[in-house]
Write a protein that binds this ligand. Structure first.
Ligand SMILES: N[C@@H](CCC(=O)N[C@@H](CS)C(=O)NCC(=O)O)C(=O)O
Length: 82
């Protein structure tokens, strides 16, 4: 089983595209606003290697993947929903 966390901030247009898509899908994604919580920003930097948002953290039993790029994230989430 995989879990998902989306690192984002509200005024980012790329994040809004992903959030808009999320509203259409039934995939459970926990939201991590990096402007609201410095711990999320630090986690993103430490794990993903940069603070660019949106970034989808994908966790499964064996690995953690940090996916950047709104288009890739949207495409990936659409696949998870289908
Ligand atoms: N090509 C990227 C662009 C993402 C992007 O430019 N994000 C900006 C916020 S709107 C950002 O995180 N800038 C700060 C940084 O790169 O550290 C995408 O489509 O996701």
């Amino acid at each position: 089983m995989k879990t998902f966390e989306l690192f984002y901030f509200p005024s980012c247009p790329y994040c809004q595209m992903v959030l808009g898509e999320l509203n259409q899908l039934t995939v459970a994604v926990e939201l991590r606003n990096i402007m609201e919580n410095i711990d999320y920003r630090n986690e993103l930097m430490a794990g993903g290697g940069k603070t660019q948002v949106p970034c989808l953290k994908i966790v499964d039993a064996e690995s953690v993947t940090w996916m950047y790029e709104s288009r890739d994230i949207i495409h990936y989430l659409q696949q998870q929903a289908s």
